[in-house]
Design a protein around this ligand. Structure first.
Ligand code: SAM
Length: 264
């Protein structure tokens, strides 16, 4: 079992509480820092994730939507309706403000929701995506089980996340990630701690092939992945198996919201 890596914060608080508090602090500079750290490549990676999700005409969910970039790309790629869910209200506030500036067709809604207990009925979505979420959840297997639960049979899961780089690039990547990124974070956000957590959070994340196996174990078939960004980012794709099995924990009826009734 991998060791749990948590952002620094008040001792005794859970990983979820610390992650939420950290993202609340970095919201104002989150988008800027993404662009700086990835040299602007983050947008191309999100677009690759959206293409893999094949969202045209779909009811799509973006889990850990943050400031909403993946959700917006899904809407612009022709999804019938997109829900962006995140457990950090400040992130969602920034996402809504961005949407008001860019899209006004109401096909996009942002809701508060925990990836480990999503506020949607079983088999709701045609596709579920997530970007840079997996390192932050307290339990990967629970997160995959939840995403499987809310996908309709045959629906697509797409996960975009930093991954362990090929060994030829490891020294360069380690220097960049462990030294340069925290420095950039300190300069541009004033939150060095958040950008020290970022490389630390990669440590316990399984290798891309192991992650693919975990996704398959959660009820997905045709699971595959490819590397982007010189092998430093992985895009995992899977299809929810067609046969519905009662493998997931039953939802308490009070949590069964229609996707849009949870809109805030
Ligand atoms: C690194 S950001 C990624 C945001 C966005 N997907 C992107 O591509 O930029 C991770 C996001 O996941 C959210 N998050 C982390 N753990 C979560 C959980 N258990 N449930 C819901 N959201 C979570 C954080 O609040 C944050 O907004």
């Amino acid at each position: 079992m991998p060791t749990e890596v948590v952002p620094l914060g008040v001792p005794g608080r859970s990983k979820a509480e610390r992650v939420r508090a950290m993202f609340t602090r970095i919201v104002p500079r989150y988008d800027l820092m993404n662009k700086i750290m990835t040299m602007g490549l983050d947008r191309a990676w999100r677009r690759a994730a959206v293409r893999a999700a094949m969202p045209r005409g779909a009811l799509a969910l973006d889990v850990g939507t943050g400031t909403g970039d993946l959700a917006i790309e899904l809407a612009q790629a022709g999804a019938r309706q997109v829900i962006g869910a995140d457990f950090c209200e400040e992130m969602l506030r920034a996402a809504r403000a961005k949407v008001q500036r860019r899209i006004a067709d109401g096909a996009l809604a942002f809701v508060v929701g925990d990836a480990l207990s999503l506020p949607f009925p079983d088999a709701t979505f045609d596709c579920v995506v997530n970007g840079f979420l997996l390192r932050n959840v307290a339990s990967l297997s629970e997160a995959f089980a939840e995403m499987s639960r809310v996908l309709r049979p045959g629906g697509r899961l797409v996960c975009l996340e930093i991954t362990h780089p090929p060994s030829s690039l490891a020294p360069f990547f380690s220097l960049y990630f462990n030294r340069v990124v925290p420095l950039l974070g300190a300069v541009f956000t004033g939150e060095a701690g958040a950008y020290q957590y970022l490389p630390r959070s990669l440590g316990p994340l399984p290798e891309a092939s192991h992650l693919a196996a975990m996704i398959a174990q959660a009820g997905f078939v045709d699971v595959r992945y490819r590397r982007l960004g010189l092998g430093t980012v992985a895009l995992h794709i899977g299809k929810r198996e067609e046969k519905l099995e009662q493998r997931h924990r039953p939802r308490p009826s009070g949590q069964l919201l229609h996707p849009l009734s949870g809109e805030r």
